[in-house]
Design a protein around this ligand. Structure first.
Ligand code: APR
Length: 256
C-alpha cells in the first residue's frame, strides 16, 4: 500500500463512521481510461478546441453538422473506453458504506459500466440524443444512418437531433441538481475527484458539504481552488489513490 496515498487515521475513522458519503467526479476521473480532460494544458479538449464553437446552443445553431461530427468522434472514443481500477474502487466503496451518492460531471457512463448504482449525471450523457427544440429523447435507431450530420427530430419539423449533454449557457437537469444538492447537504464525508472545481453548480457541491460540517478529501494531481479547504489532498491519480483508500476502508470494516 502506498503510504503517501493513505487517509490519515482520524479521517479514515470519520469515513468508517459516515452515514452518508458524497463523491463528486470530473473529467480527471476518466483520464486513465483514455478520455481527455477539458482544461489540462496540452492534452485538454479546450486546449485544442474552442468551447464556444462546439459546446454551446449557438454553435449548434450555426453549424449543426460540425458540432454533431465532433460529438460523434467523442462518442466513438468513449465507446472504446473501459472503466479503470478507480471506477471499480468506487463500486466497492458504495458497498462498504451505508449510503453513497455518486455525482458526476462526466458524460461517458463509465461509472455505470463499472457497476456503480444510482449515478447522478449533472451534465447529461453522450450516448443519448434529444430533440434540439422539445428536448425529448431520441432513440439510437432513429440516428442509425446519420454519422455525418444530425438527423431531423421525430417530433417537430424544425428540430434536429443533438447530444443530450449540457452545453455552456444551458440549465442543468433539475432532477439531477436537486439530487446533488440534497446529497451535499446530507453527507458527512465528501470526495472531490478529478475536477478543476471551476464549473458551477458542480463546484459548489463540496462547499455546501463543508458548510454542513462534512469532511472533504480531494484527489487530483494538480492544485485547485478547493484544495485549501480540503482536510486532505492527494496529489495522485484517481486509480492510484482510490485503490489505497478503499483498501484502508475495507480493512477498517473487517477488523470491527
Ligand atoms: N486523476 C485525477 N485527476 C486528474 C487526472 C487523474 N488521472 N488527470 C487529470 N486530473 C485532473 C486535472 O488536474 C484537472 O484538475 O482532472 C481535472 C480535470 O479538469 P477539467 O478538465 O476542467 O474537467 P471538469 O472539472 O470535469 O470540467 C467541468 O467543464 O467543459 C465543462 O462540461 C464540461 O463537465 C465538464 C466541466
Amino acid at each position: 500500500m502506498t503510504v503517501e496515498f493513505k487517509l490519515t487515521e482520524p479521517l479514515l475513522e470519520r469515513l468508517g463512521q459516515a452515514r452518508h458519503v458524497m463523491v463528486l467526479t470530473g473529467a480527471g476521473m476518466s483520464a486513465e481510461s483514455g478520455i481527455p480532460t477539458f482544461r489540462d494544458a496540452q492534452t485538454g479538449l479546450w486546449a485544442k478546441f474552442k468551447p464556444e464553437e462546439l459546446a454551446t446552443p449557438e454553435a449548434f445553431e450555426l453549424n449543426p453538422a460540425r458540432v454533431w461530427q465532433w460529438y460523434e468522434e467523442r462518442r466513438q472514443q468513449v465507446a472504446r473506453a473501459q472503466p479503470h481500477a478507480g471506477h471499480r474502487a468506487l463500486v466497492k466503496m458504495q458497498r462498504l458504506v451505508p449510503s453513497l451518492s455518486l455525482i458526476t460531471q462526466n458524460v461517458d457512463g463509465l461509472h455505470q459500466l463499472a457497476g456503480s448504482q444510482d449515478v447522478c449525471e449533472l451534465h447529461g450523457n453522450i450516448h443519448r440524443s434529444k430533440c434540439s427544440v422539445t428536448h425529448r429523447p431520441i432513440s439510437r435507431e432513429w440516428l442509425a444512418d446519420s454519422p455525418h450530420g444530425p438527423p431531423h427530430s421525430p417530433y417537430v419539423r424544425h428540430g434536429l437531433a443533438r447530444p443530450d449533454v449540457v452545453w455552456f449557457g444551458e440549465v442543468l437537469p433539475q432532477e439531477a441538481v436537486d439530487t446533488a444538492m440534497a446529497a451535499a447537504a446530507r453527507c458527512t464525508f465528501c470526495f472531490s475527484i478529478g475536477t478543476t472545481s471551476l464549473v458551477h453548480p458542480a463546484a459548489s457541491l463540496p462547499l455546501i458539504a463543508l458548510e454542513h460540517g462534512s469532511a472533504l478529501v480531494e484527489i487530483n494531481p494538480s492544485e485547485t481552488p478547493l484544495s485549501l479547504q480540503a482536510d486532505q489532498c492527494f496529489r495522485g491519480t484517481a486509480s492510484e489513490v482510490l485503490t489505497v483508500i478503499v483498501s484502508q476502508l475495507r480493512d477498517l470494516k473487517t477488523n470491527r
